[in-house]
Design a binder for this molecule. Sequence first.
Ligand SMILES: O=C(O)CCC(=O)C(=O)O
Length: 276
Amino acid sequence: MAETLEKLVSEEDIRTFHEDGAVCLRNVLSREWLDLVAHGFEQAVASPGVFSKSYGPEGAPRYYTDHRLFNRFDPFNRFLFKGPLAQISAEILGASRLDLYDEHLLIKEPGAPAPTYWHHDMPYFAIDGYDLASIWFSLDPTREDTGALKFAKGSHKWGKLYQPVRIGENKPVDSFNRDNLIETVPDIDDNPEDYPTVLMETDPGDVIVFHGLTLHSSSGNSNTEISRRALSLRFAGDDIRWKNRSDAPLIFEKPLKDGEPLSMLANECPQVWPRA
Ligand SMILES: O=C(O)CCC(=O)C(=O)O
């Protein structure tokens, strides 16, 4: 008999995600999960991967990022496959299956000046479709001036794909062979009447789920004592298929052909829901 799972997300939160493009779920990660992930962060920082990068002025505290963690560090593996985030995303997307596309570690060291410039995630990825959720949380409290995320409300429904920028630098990602994504993101901060935003300040345990097309940004970290350690997991749902983008930052061992499902990349994009 099929197992009946207790639901983790309310109907109202699901509605907010689909209307606004982002929803903050309070207090969903236990201290045990947070401690496990913190342990993973220590290991990851000590052993940078091939996709790690640092942003910000030379000599300043870093905005440090890395990817592909679950197959290198056991804490991230346990968190991905046993933690609650896959179920939460499946409920929100209404997905029958989810594959991991990307794990993104984003540390703004104490005093790191580099912000995250406005962008949405989809055009950075070699995939297409609608059912894409990023789940983001921080191990540290986030406030407007310490790197809390801000979202352009409803921007996932604007029907646009914007030119990707280097997230900590606002320089366009090289657009060699780019398809028609040439529009740049509008000036959201200076035009609040045209582009309403929602700031989501979080405490440890809170989790933000946002759509792969929702524009978002964050400040640098003005707190000179505490890092802002965040993890963003990108889960691809039922209608997501491969789409080659020559400048997508993550490289895969054997890229697929356009239209093929991520299930064909099981080593790099494992199925996370339903659980094996
Ligand atoms: O952590 C940040 O400041 C940015 C996060 C982000 O852009 C993402 O998760 O897609």
